[in-house]
Design a protein around this ligand. Structure first.
Ligand code: G6P
Ligand code: MG
Length: 219
């Protein structure tokens, strides 16, 4: 029986992709690197350092590790500043309703995000109260597609992976959930999350009723 639900943050609870895009774009302009929305898409779900490495690889750039860390920090400053404008209005449609239903029905609820800014984002949304455990980019060493963040969150909920459902919008996030033995819900297009157990175009369609109907033997 499913007793726990683990949520990714960016692209599931709220849409920060545009803010990440603007921050990376600003850094890339300073560096004379190419950056576009397609490249931004490929950063969905992966850590900040893996992101800058991906951008550098795309631009055939090479720098020493200290300089890379410095640039990642610069991007982060721009990103964090842009989070200041985020409010309770910035939940993705359907996300807050789903969290409320899950809490009302007594499910364990955890966050499993790659972002080191997850607590800040949840604070801006006034969403801390929905979570029994918050796992973020500081929680485990190996980020998605490794299953570690989800395994850690499940352990905190005191549940084995097969009693938890993971909500993810990233290809590598679904890979991580599957590698950990979790049931998973993909949010987004077929080409990105078609390998999830069930897929919805957006969180608006991913109601508890729909999810339960799909996994009916597990609820
Ligand atoms: C999420 C986003 C990624 C982002 C990562 C790290 O997984 O989908 O695009 O790179 O978090 O975020 P951070 O806030 O730590 O830079
Ligand atoms: Mg995501």
């Amino acid at each position: 029986m499913i007793k726990g639900v683990i949520f990714d943050l960016d692209g599931v609870i709220t849409d920060t992709a545009e803010l990440h895009y603007s921050a990376w774009k600003a850094l890339c302009e300073e560096m004379g690197w190419h950056f576009d929305r397609q490249l931004n898409e490929s950063l969905r779900g992966i850590s900040r350092l893996d992101s800058i490495r991906t951008i550098m690889h795309h631009n055939k750039a090479s720098l020493d590790p200290d300089r890379i860390a410095e640039l990642a920090e610069r991007k982060n400053k721009i990103y964090v500043e842009s989070l200041g404008g985020m409010t309770e209005e910035d939940f993705l449609p359907g996300a807050r309703e789903l969290l409320t239903h899950l809490r009302n029905e007594g499910f364990g609820v955890a966050l499993g995000s790659s972002s080191k800014n997850a607590v800040k984002v949840l604070q801006q949304l006034n969403a801390i109260r929905y979570f029994d455990f918050i796992g973020d980019g500081n929680t485990v060493a190996k980020s998605k597609p490794a299953p570690d963040i989800f395994l850690h969150a499940a352990a905190q909920l005191k549940l084995p992976p097969n009693r938890c459902l993971v909500f993810e919008d990233a290809e590598k996030g679904i890979d991580a959930a599957k590698a950990g033995g979790f049931h998973c819900v993909g949010i987004g297009p077929e080409e990105r999350v078609g390998h999830a157990d069930i897929r919805f175009d957006s969180m608006k369609e991913a109601t508890l009723f729909e999810v339960k109907s799909h996994f009916k033997d597990l609820f």
